[in-house]
Design a protein. Sequence first.
Length: 143
Amino acid sequence: MAIAMNLAARAFSKNEVPVGALVVLGNKVVGRGYNQSITKVDPTAHAEILALRQAARLVGNYRLTSATLYSTLEPCAMCAGALVWARISTLVYSAKDPKAGAIDSNINLLKRDGINHKVSVVSGILEDQSVDLLQRFFKLRRK
């Protein structure tokens, strides 16, 4: 998660919402990403999506079974759906997102009937650090 936090700090330095993510497969980081929606002029350029894309290219398969995705923020509905399509085994995230979180905070997408793949979820890892970075970012944005 420390690597993901460094990626979130990178997003912060580029005036992007500070979220970082990485995909780990067999104790090896195979994908990294940080929010770049503004920089790339791409609403799908969330940290999780970019990390999944990089991992899939490296592995040579869009299915990342037995991989773990680490994110500094609870994924949104788009990213949660991508976890299912990629067949991610485990999601580990830092802070809940009360506005757009789709894992625990709002729609609980991964627990809905009809979802054809189950993802294990661990939350709260480095939560205080992630919340602090997000709060500092939005405080600066409001000035």
